[in-house]
Every structure is written in structure tokens, then in C-alpha cells.
Design a protein around this ligand. Structure first.
Ligand SMILES: O=P(O)(O)OC[C@H]1O[C@](O)(CO)[C@@H](O)[C@@H]1O
Length: 553
């Protein structure tokens, strides 16, 4: 589907040849060019990225830029901002960028202005947040609605839940926000135990309003509300829908007046900027939510206007593709040195892996190169005491994103300096490593006898040469967070351009969903289970028996 496949093939071949020479050792790169940081770092919208500790030199970077051009980077980027239906398998435009644009620019899809609709919903959201905050919209008994429970899953949960946690210090006094996602009843049960129905606003967040987990939890919340003092008339005050599907919202029993809409051109995993972000706005106030949007807008402007060579999301994406498709690194760790970003890895798992976990290209052909990497992570320093052993000494090379804010949202004693010291030390250690000889000397220096030092040296050595990208903001404000998230969104999009895959569909989630429906009927009834493979059939029978014996079925 790229306009000039031969140019793409030429660039791909060139990069394959460069990779075959072996990635340049990081220490050599710094030895040859001590000023390398200035050439291999960029700043945009308050986010600084140092990618000098990745195995790229100017020749490799130029070849990657060449590949991006051959893949129509600019045209594809412009097609997104232009509202073209670049999500080809769902025949949808991809315009989450329009949600955060406060300028007077008009975005269109098929010639239809979508900006007016965006403003209309935002105006309603703002008015609603203000009414809840000042008590004009109160609970059925006249108490303030100071508790929000967002019920959603995937993009209708991960983005808002991650932002809500990240911006906790910006919470309007006295407000509490909970997120329920899992169909496991334990999830909603633990939230219901902590809330008062008279003070709680339930946001039922679902793009389709058909998702099994969300509808089940919404039903449970409604039953609990009705059995805990609320009545049918009070539902209108306490239940709000965030969705694209008005018919399903009405069927569920929520008045369309209590629905905040968004549109099919907002992908689920790109939806926190839409009505799906209502829980964030209720938590931090409307102006805080606008600051989040405006930070993202800053990154959008940079991404849309900056030529390839200075373009931060594009440059990081090129390195990702170099790592994944040419050097064969199959995973990437996301390591925020910031406890408030504890849910960022989970959010990025959906954003990245649901977008890039594809093996069919845009022309319907099976690709012959690796695409999306496995994304995982934990906040530093916790991860250091868990899986960093493998990052430092394991057999796989796993590129890492290290993320930090120079100033803590909360500065307690010297905690933040200690956090930052670790944020700086780990990438240095991953790059520098330690030779067997240095490990032996260190063992001797710590009092080991020569025989023990000899024996342990190899175990205490580190291969080094492990790539990292360091991302730094001044402080994790709503603006900075918005910019950081938009950076990741565009980085994912650019990778998809280079791989010629659709970053905006998710057919891979359908098969298991469908089968679960069939199995549910079998678990709940006396239906024959012979239609499954022998292993699944045996598990179903075994579970039914255990549930009978356990007294729950
Ligand atoms: O918002 P909905 O329609 O309930 O969907 C939730 C999630 O389910 C998916 O469709 C598949 O997991 C995601 O893309 C989406 O974010």
C-alpha cells in the first residue's frame, strides 16, 4: 500500500545490511563522538528525550529517515490530521487529535465538520463538572456527589485510571474516584464496600455499550444502588453514560440527557481525551482537564509541523523499528521513575500492543518482518528489585524507556533525589556493563580471597551495551502528562507507518470474546460441551464439577 514499494524495499535492504554488520557498541559511539548527546536528543512540548544510548549512528539514522520517507510518512501523518479514513479495515477516520485542539481550526470527516460536535460535548461536560462540583447536581438525598465510579474496560478504563492516579495531587478537595473494569465480581464488590450510594456518581464508559464486562458491572452497580436506598427516579441523578451508542444507552435505562457522546473516529485506546475523560475532569476540575488536553495539543503541533529529522515522536519510532525489525529485540520495558505513573505501563500495553500487534499489512499480505514488541514495565525503583536482573544479565537485549520528572509532584525529604539517582544510574549501568576483570578487582577490593574472586568474577560481570531512552519533564503537571501521552500515541502511529500495518483496528480481540459467550452458556446450563477441543471440554467439565462440589452451582 506504500506508494513506492521499490523505494521502501531499497531502504529496508540497506538497513538489513547495516544490521548485519552488528549494532555499533554504545561505548564506541560515545568514544568516536563525545558530543553525541546533542545530535541524538530532542525536546518538544516540554518533553526531553535522550536517545544517545541507543545503537544508532548518523548513517543508521539517515537510513531510517529514508525508510520513513519511502513509507510516505508525511502523507500518512497528514491523512490522519486531515480526517481521512486511515483505519481502513473499520473504514473510520482517526481524529483524537481534534479533541485536544482549542484553536479555531475545523476538522472534517468526508467534508463534515466534526469540530462543532466536539465543542458542543465539551461545553456540556464542563457545565456538568461545574454543577457536580458546586452541588447544583447533587444526590437523591441532597448530599454532594463527591465520589465517582468509572465502569469501563480497555480504553474506557486504562487511560482515565492511569491519568487519575498520575494527577492525584491535583484532585479537587474531598473528591474520590474509583475504577472498576474486571468482570471478576471481586473488583466491583471491593469498590461498593467503600462508597455511599447517596454521594456516588456512576459513569458507565463504553464506546460500544455492548462490552460484556462493562455491561455486567453496570448492571451490578444499578442493582446495588436500587437495593441500597436509591430508586428508579434517582438513577437519572446517579448514572451517566459515556458512549457512541445512544440506542444501547437508552436500552440500558440511562436517559440520553445523561449521556456524553463521542464518535467512531475516536479509537477506544485513544479516547481519554473525549467524553471518556469525564472521570478525570470530575477529579481535577475542568481547567485541569483542559491543561491535559493542551499539553497533548503541544505535542500534536510539533508532530504535525516538524520535519522528520527534528520530529520527536517520529525519531523515537524509527529507533523502535530499528530495534525490533532489524536487531530483533522482541520486548521493550517502560520504566517510569514516578510512582504516580504506576499505571502507565498497563496503559501503554494496550496503546502499543493492541495497535501494533499485527502480522497482516495494509494490502492484506502476511508481513515477513517482526512488528509490535512486547511492552511491560513497573515503576522504578520497584522494578529494580524484580525484573532488572534480566535486563542487566539476561540473554535477551530489552531496550528500555526510563521516564522521570526533575521535580517531584510531592517532595518528601530527599526521596526525589534518591529516585532520580536511580533513574540516572540504571541506564548508565545498562550501557557501561562491567568486564570480568573489573568484576574480579571489585571482588578482591571487597575482601574476597583470590580464588573466590576468580570464581565469582564471571557472575558479577555485566555485558553492558544495552540500549535505553531517557525521557525527562520538569514536573508531572497535567500539561506535561498530556504531552508525554501524545508523544507515545504518535510514536506508535509512526511505527505502524513503517511496518505498513493499521494501528487503529483490533480484530485480534474478537475470537476469544465470541468463544467466551458460547462457553458461558455451557457453564451456566446443562448444555453438551463436546464441541470443544478435548482439553477445553475437560476443563469445562472439571470446573462445573468443582463448582458443584464447592456449593456455588
Ligand atoms: O469502550 P468499549 O466499547 O466498552 O470497549 C472497550 C475495549 O474493548 C476493546 O474493543 C477490545 O479490547 C478495546 O479496543 C476497547 O478499548
Amino acid at each position: 500500500m506504500v506508494t513506492d514499494p521499490s523505494a521502501r524495499a531499497f531502504s529496508w535492504k540497506k538497513l538489513t545490511a547495516l544490521a548485519a554488520e552488528g549494532p555499533p557498541p554504545l561505548s564506541d559511539l560515545f568514544d568516536h563522538n563525545p558530543g553525541r548527546v546533542a545530535h541524538f536528543s530532542l525536546e518538544a512540548a516540554g518533553v526531553y528525550a535522550d536517545y544517545s544510548k541507543t545503537p544508532v549512528n548518523q548513517t543508521i539514522l539517515d537510513a531510517l529517515y529514508g525508510l520513513a520517507r519511502a513509507c510516505d510518512f508525511e502523507a500518512r501523518r497528514d491523512a490522519m490530521f486531515g480526517g481521512q479514513r486511515i483505519n481502513e479495515t473499520e473504514e473510520r477516520a482517526v481524529l483524537h487529535v481534534a479533541l485536544r485542539d482549542t484553536s479555531d481550526r475545523i476538522y472534517t470527516v468526508d467534508g463534515q465538520n466534526v469540530t462543532t460536535d466536539i465543542h458542543a460535548v465539551k461545553d456540556r461536560m464542563k457545565a456538568f463538572v461545574e454543577k457536580v462540583h458546586d452541588g447544583r447536581h447533587d444526590g437523591y438525598g441532597g448530599a454532594p456527589l463527591d465520589t465517582v465510579v468509572n465502569i469501563g474496560i480497555g480504553g474506557s478504563d486504562l487511560g482515565p485510571a492511569m491519568v487519575s492516579r498520575a494527577l492525584d495531587p491535583y484532585t479537587v478537595d474531598g473528591r474520590r474516584t474509583f475504577y472498576v473494569s474486571n468482570v471478576d465480581g471481586a473488583d466491583i464488590a471491593s469498590v461498593l464496600r467503600q462508597i455511599d450510594p447517596e454521594r456516588t456518581l456512576f459513569l458507565i464508559a463504553s464506546k460500544t455499550f455492548t462490552t460484556q464486562e462493562t455491561m455486567t458491572n453496570a448492571e451490578t452497580a444499578r442493582n446495588w444502588f436500587l437495593s441500597s436506598g436509591g430508586n428508579e427516579a434517582a438513577i437519572a441523578k446517579h448514572f451517566v453514560a459515556l458512549s457512541t451508542n445512544e440506542a444501547a444507552v437508552t436500552d440500558f435505562g440511562i436517559d440520553p440527557e445523561n449521556m456524553f457522546a463521542f464518535w467512531d473516529w475516536v479509537g477506544g485506546r485513544y479516547s481519554l481525551w473525549s467524553a471518556i475523560g469525564l472521570s478525570i475532569a470530575l477529579q481535577i476540575g475542568w481547567s485541569g482537564f483542559e491543561d491535559l488536553l493542551s499539553g497533548a495539543r503541544g505535542m500534536d503541533r510539533h508532530f504535525e509541523t516538524m520535519p522528520l529529522e527534528g520530529n520527536l515522536p517520529a525519531s523515537l519510532a524509527l529507533i523502535d523499528v530499528w530495534h525490533r525489525s532489524f536487531l530483533g529485540y522482541s520486548a521493550r520495558a517502560v520504566l517510569p521513575y514516578d510512582q504516580s505513573l504506576a499505571r502507565l505501563p498497563a496503559y501503554l500495553q494496550q496503546a502499543d500492543m493492541e495497535s501494533l500487534g499485527k502480522r497482516i499489512d495494509r494490502s492484506g499480505q502476511v508481513v515477513d518482518y517482526p512488528t509490535g514488541a512486547i511492552v511491560f514495565g513497573e515503576p522504578g525503583t520497584n522494578g529494580q528489585h524484580a525484573f532488572y536482573q534480566l535486563l542487566h544479565q539476561g540473554t535477551d537485549v530489552i531496550p528500555c524507556d526510563f521516564i522521570a520528572a526533575a521535580c517531584g509532584q510531592v517532595e518528601v525529604g530527599d526521596h526525589h533525589e534518591k529516585l532520580l539517582a536511580n533513574f540516572l544510574a540504571q541506564p548508565e549501568a545498562l550501557m557501561a556493563g562491567r568486564s570480568v576483570e573489573a568484576a574480579r578487582s571489585e571482588a578482591l577490593a571487597t575482601g574476597k580471597n583470590p580464588e573466590t574472586a576468580d570464581r565469582l568474577a564471571i557472575h558479577r560481570s555485566f555485558p553492558g551495551d544495552r540500549p535505553t531512552i531517557s525521557l525527562l519533564v520538569e514536573r508531572l503537571t497535567p500539561e506535561a502528562l498530556g504531552a508525554l501521552l501524545a508523544l507515545y500515541e504518535h510514536r506508535i502511529f509512526v511505527q505502524s507507518i513503517l511496518w505498513d500495518i493499521n494501528a487503529f483496528d483490533q480484530w485480534g480481540v474478537e475470537l476469544g470474546k465470541g468463544l467466551a459467550k458460547t462457553i458461558l452458556a455451557e457453564l451456566e446450563g446443562e448444555v453438551d460441551v463436546a464441541s470443544h477441543d478435548p482439553s477445553t471440554a475437560d476443563l469445562i467439565r472439571r470446573i462445573k464439577r468443582l463448582r458443584r462440589e464447592g456449593g456455588v452451582a
